[in-house]
Design a protein around this ligand. Sequence first.
Ligand code: TGC
Ligand code: FAD
Length: 388
Amino acid sequence: RTGTGPLDLLDVASLLSDEERQIQETVARFVADRVRPHVAGWFEEGTFPRELAQELGKLGLLGMHLEGYGCAGTSAVAYGLACLELEAGDSGLRSFVSVQGSLAMFSIWKYGSEEQKQEWLPRMAAGEAIGCFGLTEPDFGSDPANMLTRAVRDGDDWILTGTKMWITNGSIADVATVWAQTSEGIRGFLVPRGTPGFTSRTIKQKLSLRASITGELILDEVRLPDSARLPEARGLGAPLGCLSEARFGIVFGSTGAARDSLQAALDYAGTRIQFGRPIAAFQLTQEKLANMAVDLNTSLLLALHLGRLKDAGTLKPHQISVGKLNNVRTALSIARECRTILGGSGITLEYSPLRHANNLESVLTYEGTSEIHTLVIGQTLTGHAAFR
Ligand code: TGC
Ligand code: FAD
């Protein structure tokens, strides 16, 4: 846990409320019982068991920081701690929860009509309906402003045409939030599975986030009524507002993958004997462990600080970029270093660090690449946007 054992050098746990600790404990227990025993198998098979959705729903983890419509309405910090424990299990599990709650549900909660909220949110909170969020396209990832997907008016209806790429839950979703250009700028649409012209395919042969379904969405002249449009979503700021929610979860989540890797390396170093001593007794191993523990604790403090800002309603997008950039690259570096401590044993799925490291390669890229977050911070510092 964040707050137990030798890894909590700074007693970060003492900064949490009883309720926050309780939520964290509950999620950690769920991960220990329902995820840890199976996750290596899911990763190897490249699957995400759909039945987990309803279990996550029962625990109140889907859209947990949203108010009403069957959502738990917890604090941002509690949501972050849940992400941390889920990602200590696997980034794929946290991805599922991020996309469902912070992207698909949040887009409806924030920009949807009352009818859309009533139709989708309670079922999505329960894990009975799965959502996805289609922003990225084959030719436009970091630069979504130039997306090619178009929605054109036809009487009272809209006709959507385009392709969305790398969409988490894309091929298992019951409803997709799809972002498209219109003559009035970017707008969001809810596209239910089974709508004529809407198909998806699962992307195979991934080396990262294997315990997560990633898909491609194909929209071939999909006809939708105007009631499928998210009425309050106007311009690129709408999808970027959803991204701020999910990026926040990653600031916490990535520290979970780092903590789990470090715990595995620490345990292994204490029992692996070479040259007649546990490898934990060698100074070079201790230097690695100490540096990683310092970095982990720093990441946790940063996450908690941003969480407190979010709960106070003052968190700014560039501050989320600081957290996402720092905590994901730190977690990736920790996971890789932990793998070295495990030696040859570290290359199999028996131990978690290389699985986490492989997953974190995706986390470094999605929700804004490390380069994009660097440029967001650069723009804040200098006033110059260096994206284009
Ligand atoms: P720019 O002109 O800067 O901004 C357009 C409008 O958006 C507003 N804005 C934001 N609003 C809320 N939150 C943010 N973080 C925002 N950033 C910008 C901005 O104020 C403006 O509003 P307005 O009213 O003036 O129009 O836009 P730009 O085209 O120059 O792009 C800026 C840039 C590069 C930072 C942006 O395009 C970007 O973030 N690109 C990265 C794309 C990205 O992150 N894609 C992620 C796809 S979803 C995903 O990866 C899910 S993985 C989930 C999982 O499995 O866990
Ligand atoms: P590109 O934008 O082509 O970038 C390639 C390289 O160029 C990167 O290193 C990038 O940083 C760099 N680069 C680009 N522009 C600049 C610049 N101006 N300055 C300097 N360097 C630059 N998207 C969704 O919409 N929904 C999802 O659910 C979703 N899930 C995902 C799940 C996985 C497993 C993955 C891998 C991706 C997912 N994505 C999703 C897509 C993800 O958001 C994009 O991959 C990401 O935004 C980067 O886009 P790209 O892959 O097209 O790379």
